[in-house]
Design a protein around this ligand. Structure first.
Ligand code: PLP
Length: 335
């Protein structure tokens, strides 16, 4: 275990501590926050993007298998929105193809699935403590988890100017990446509450699931999520599908007019970002990731969210949708 300055550093330095670098291909989902991709690039490795499952938004391992080459060394599964990529399938995939698993657990502190915690599936894992994460500091912070001593030692050297021990430097590409002391103090105070905060998120997600059921007829669908307490709902995401009478923008505006803030995580998949055009991908390469980027909306989700607030969000959605469906009828009656 080693604290670092950010989640991005945790990925970049963590991968390097695992021996991943130039010449190595690393699989990662196209629909993640760009920091996953930036971390892989900063490790010096070659990112290979992979499409996701259109219902769960998690990396599609069949698509990952199709992207493997002789140079593929690792997979970086992203436990997106607080839900882990299924560990048994992931480990089977990795051992079948002789790949190392490096988890991006930036959105999944304490998430659980099939008896595993996020961060305990692969050889190492990256966490972020950016303020908006489930466990957030007051500023930036990150951490690499591993139970391999050699990886932990290499990480501690890389984050500390490449020093093997004090004033003795063995890594030319070491850097300064500390978990700031004040941030660490804040995290130590918040950590005992994390489990309870995650539970609160999970409970409100169940309320959303239940209350949103009637909106399925309007083409509004939550992502397909694991049941039970293991999903820590960093975000609660619904899809506004083509069957919906209102487009996503209009729905978001209707909620905003009622003082309800929503988000899109993320509006542009990594392969369509201007910065990464030289990776050689194109529109159409990852159809599920592209479709999801057009459909997804993140509804309010945080530990203090109340059941009443969840009802209000769903109520506002329903009113907007009913108006959109009924308005044409009312107009025709007026003639
Ligand atoms: C936040 C985040 C990161 C990056 O963490 P920082 O601390 O902001 O550098 C990486 N991956 C995912 C999936 C994230 O959500």
């Amino acid at each position: 275990m080693g604290g670092v300055a950010s989640g991005t550093d945790a990925i970049a330095l963590g991968l390097r501590a695992c021996g991943i670098g130039p010449g190595d291909e690393v699989l990662l989902p196209a629909n993640t926050f760009v920091a996953t991709l930036i971390g892989v690039l900063r490790a010096g490795a070659t990112p290979v993007l992979v499409d996701c499952d259109g219902d769960t938004a998690l990396i599609d391992l069949a698509a990952a298998a199709a992207a493997i080459s002789a140079r593929t060394r690792a997979i970086v599964p992203v436990h997106l929105y607080g839900q882990m990529v299924a560990p048994d399938a992931l480990q089977r995939f990795a051992s079948q193809h002789d790949l190392l698993i490096f988890e991006d657990a930036a959105q999944a502190h304490l998430a659980q699935r099939q008896g595993y915690r996020a961060g305990a599936v692969g050889v190492a894992a990256a966490f972020s403590f950016y303020p908006s994460k489930n466990l957030g500091a007051l500023g930036d912070g990150g951490m690499v988890l591993t139970n391999t001593d050699a990886i932990a030692q290499k990480l501690r050297s890389l984050r500390n100017y490449g020093a093997a021990h004090k004033y003795y430097h063995t890594e030319a590409t070491g850097t300064n990446s500390r978990l700031d002391t004040l941030q660490a103090a804040v995290l130590a105070l918040k950590l005992p509450h994390l489990e309870q905060w995650n539970q609160a998120r999970n409970q409100m997600a169940s309320r959303y699931d239940y209350s949103l059921q009637p909106l399925a007829e309007y083409g509004i669908h939550p992502l397909r999520n694991q049941s039970g307490p293991g999903h820590v709902y960093h975000l609660y995401v619904v899809r506004v599908t083509a069957a919906c009478p209102l487009d996503r923008d209009t729905l978001q505006q209707a909620l905003a007019a009622a003082g309800i803030q929503t988000g899109i995580h993320y509006p542009i998949p990594c392969h369509l970002q201007p910065a990464f055009q030289d990776l050689g991908y194109d529109l159409g390469d990852f159809p599920q990731a592209e479709r999801l980027s057009q459909e997804i909306v993140s509804l309010p989700m945080y530990p203090g969210l109340s059941e009443t607030q969840v009802q209000q969000v769903v109520h506002r959605l329903r009113v907007a949708l009913e108006m959109a469906v009924n308005l044409p009828t009312l107009n025709s009656l007026a003639h």
